[in-house]
Design a protein around this ligand. Structure first.
Ligand SMILES: [Zn+2]
Length: 321
């Protein structure tokens, strides 16, 4: 295999990856920079023989064949790397994401295939870092998406019945999905869909698992954060309800900026986001934010490398929770 360069621009990427063989070899080099090893669970043998015509390897250890897609988000996908790699490029480099319709048109696949591809790419972008945020950390919650008219008739009926049971005519929880996020100033961001109630009790484990107790933590004055002084050395808040947004160094502008971009991406590009898939959309936004200092080429390559060791089947994607 010839050594494949990392493209710098969209134009170079499109030219380079138009050749399916080149695109395939590019992924192989990215996945196995120190030589191909059998990806089967528990094998990992380097005693493999390449069959170039079939783009497969034979493992002398477990006596089975494998492709470059085995054990990655590409497993079982009939789509070639000549389409997968440009799709990664597009989603990694567009600040507000890219819709399945645009992918479908641009890469000549069906919209359903494009939608599935995008979710697999988001899976690849999911970070598995467990290191804690340190320094100055801003924390905030937000409410995402879910306009009423986008919901199915059955869903609207279900929501109405639930509201009536609670004796309410309007319930903001019917409209939006709550998300929780934190950003390290000048550094990384973490964000999740809030499981269950938006309460101090639900959020506290996330805070304790994700932020070092020495960190300086800034929030708004919401009562979700009133008791966190017990866990962090320094906690200060700004009181938005009295029009206080910045007090010296104390503000939550960075996490609010992250929410603004997320809302623009979901509202403007993805339009309707099923709350069930929200964590994957968050991964996409978090990935671009964390890689914001990088140029397009390395940001693309890191996302593609993340495809290794992850899986997302269509069945599990469409399965009801
Ligand atoms: Zn093997």
């Amino acid at each position: 295999m010839d050594k494949q360069p990392l493209p710098d621009t969209m134009l170079e990427a499109v030219r380079q990856f138009a050749d399916p063989q080149v695109a395939h070899d590019f992924f192989v080099q990215l996945r196995w920079p120190h030589g191909v090893a059998c990806p089967r669970m528990g094998c990992g043998s380097a005693a493999v023989a390449y069959m170039p015509k079939r783009r497969r390897w034979y493992c002398n250890e477990c006596k089975q064949q494998f492709t470059a897609k085995l054990g990655t988000v590409f497993e079982d996908s009939p789509i070639g790397f000549d389409k997968w790699l440009p799709a990664f490029w597009l989603i990694a480099s567009n600040r507000n994401g890219i819709s399945s319709y645009e992918i479908a048109r641009g890469l000549k696949v069906t919209q359903r295939t494009a939608w599935f591809m995008l979710h697999r790419i988001r899976e690849a972008m999911q970070s598995d870092a467990f290191d804690m945020l340190t320094g100055t950390v801003e924390m905030d919650e937000a409410y995402i998406g879910g306009k009423h008219h986008n919901k199915s008739l059955a869903k609207r009926r279900e929501l109405r019945e639930r509201r009536e049971a609670r004796g309410m005519t309007n319930d903001p929880r019917d409209e939006k999905t709550a998300v929780f996020g934190m950003v390290e100033r000048g550094g990384r961001v973490r964000a999740w869909k809030i499981p269950g109630d938006v309460s101090h009790k639900t959020l506290l484990p996330k805070m304790r698992d994700s932020i070092h107790h020495d960190a300086t933590v800034y929030t708004d004055a919401s009562n979700l954060y009133t008791h966190i002084n017990e866990y962090f050395m320094t906690h200060s808040s700004v009181n938005h309800s009295i029009e206080e947004y910045v007090r010296g160094n104390v503000h939550t502008n960075n996490i609010e900026c992250f929410w603004a971009v997320l809302k623009r991406t979901i509202g403007g590009t993805y339009i309707h986001v099923n709350p069930r898939h929200l964590d994957r959309y968050l991964s996409e936004q978090v990935y671009r934010f964390d890689e914001r200092q990088n140029t397009d080429g390395p940001r693309f390559a890191k996302a593609v490398k993340g495809a290794d060791g992850k899986r997302l089947t269509y069945k599990s994607l469409i399965a009801k929770a």
